[in-house]
Every structure is written in C-alpha cells, then in structure tokens.
Design a protein around this ligand. Structure first.
Ligand code: HEM
Length: 202
C-alpha cells in the first residue's frame, strides 16, 4: 500500500512537470538532448551506469522538484515537544504543515524564484536528501521519503531515454497550460499532449 500510495503519483507527476518545463524552455531541452546523445553515443539505451555523467539531467529534475514539488505541503507532522521558532511558541502535539512549494519559491533564498533555471543547480551543493532546508520535496529527517534514490533513478532513466531517442514537441494546436490541481498531490490541471518523433540517427 505504501508503494502504491506514496510512490506512483509522485513519480509520474514529477516527470510530467519536467517534460512540460522542457517544452517551455527549448534551450534546456536542446542542452539535455546534447548531453544524452553524447553519453549514449548511438547505443540502444542510456543505462543506470551513465547517469552519474549527466549533471544537466539531474539539475533539470531538481529544478522541477523545486518549482513543482509533488507533495506541496509534504505530509502533516506533529511536534513532539514544546519549541520556540522565530519568536513563535509551538506547543507539543501541534499539527505542523510544511509548505515546501512556498519554500522552493522563496525570493529570500532563490534568485528569480519563479523562473525555470536548471543551471542554478549545476555547481551547487544543494541536494534534495533533506540536508538543505531550502529544497525539501522529499521532506527531511527520520520521516523523510525513504525512496529518494529509487524514484530519482527511475525518473532520470526515463527522461534521459525519452530525449535520447525522441524529439518531443507539443501536438498541433496544443497550448501549454501550467495550472496546477489542488489536492494532496499537485498534478498538472490539464495533461500535455506530446508528439514524440523518433530520432533515426541513433
Ligand atoms: C518524485 C517522487 C517522490 C516524492 C516527491 C516523494 C515525496 C515524499 C514526501 C514529501 C514524503 C513525506 C516526508 C515527510 O513527511 O517529511 C514521503 C514519504 C514517503 N514516501 Fe515518498 N516521494 C516520492 C516517491 C516515492 C516512492 C517511489 C516510494 C515507494 C516506492 C515512496 C515511499 C514513501 C513512503 C513509504 C513514505 C513514508 C515514510 C514515513 O512516513 O516514514 N515515495 N515521500
């Protein structure tokens, strides 16, 4: 149940947002395709062993999680003891909601917070493992997501192979609406319709 409830929606939502952002930013799509095609070098597939040499791919998924965390409010937590935080008294037993969506777009932390700029993560130590509180799409601490590596390797592999083998474009007449749904998971309100043209040079 945990795998189905926590693992399916989140992973596919992240991928759909990443593809949408790439369609909106052709320079990033091109740069990612270049990275994938240099690494793939005509082989049938990009494999897990290749991923460590694909920093731009990783930066794209990180930037997507910053702007579109699949669980915008993480999951509810409860303080176990009395805490004083930024002048506020939070009593033990208080339910705490953490707005990861707002943290990812906070202008006191991020330059041009609403812009999709994967480059910001290229030479940055910020990871999403829960050590850098400015980026916590998987939560942090002992109740943080146990499947960070698993889900990101899946998404890196899928996205790398998609752009390696296909040129992606919006279907004719489609417009890219980036509205979000409300709910525990923040999906795209309107699904994207993408035409994938095989790259026959490979
Ligand atoms: C992009 C993909 C994913 C995102 C963004 C994500 C995000 C999260 C978040 C925000 C939490 C709550 C953390 C907290 O409260 O601090 C969580 C918990 C959890 N996630 Fe994930 N998750 C993803 C993929 C997965 C996958 C693929 C699985 C399983 C195969 C999974 C299994 C779980 C489980 C079991 C918990 C509960 C952990 C606990 O309560 O101790 N997640 N995840």
């Amino acid at each position: 149940m945990d795998v189905f409830a926590a693992g399916t929606d989140t992973t596919s939502t992240n991928l759909e947002w990443a593809i949408s952002e790439l369609l909106r930013h052709p320079y990033a799509m091109k740069k990612l395709q270049q990275e994938a095609r240099e690494i793939g070098q005509g082989r049938t597939m990009i494999t897990e062993d290749d991923l460590d040499r694909m920093p731009y791919l990783r930066a794209i998924l990180k930037e997507t999680l910053r702007l579109h965390p699949p669980f915008p409010l993480l999951v509810p937590h409860e303080s176990t003891h009395d805490v004083k935080l930024l002048g506020y008294d939070i009593a033990a037993g208080t339910q705490v909601m953490i707005n990861a969506w707002a943290i990812g777009r906070d202008s006191s932390t991020w330059i041009e917070p609403n812009e999709f700029q994967p480059e910001r993560f290229l030479n940055s130590p910020i990871s999403y493992q829960g050590f850098h509180f400015e980026l916590i799409p998987f939560g942090a601490g002992r109740r943080g997501c146990p499947a960070i590596l698993f889900s990101m390797v899946i998404n890196e592999l899928v996205l790398a192979n998609l752009v390696y083998k296909f040129d992606l474009a919006l279907a004719n007449g489609e417009c890219l609406d980036m509205s979000e749904t409300t709910g525990l998971t923040a999906h795209k309100k309107y699904p994207i319709l993408v035409v994938a043209t095989p790259c026959f040079d490979l």
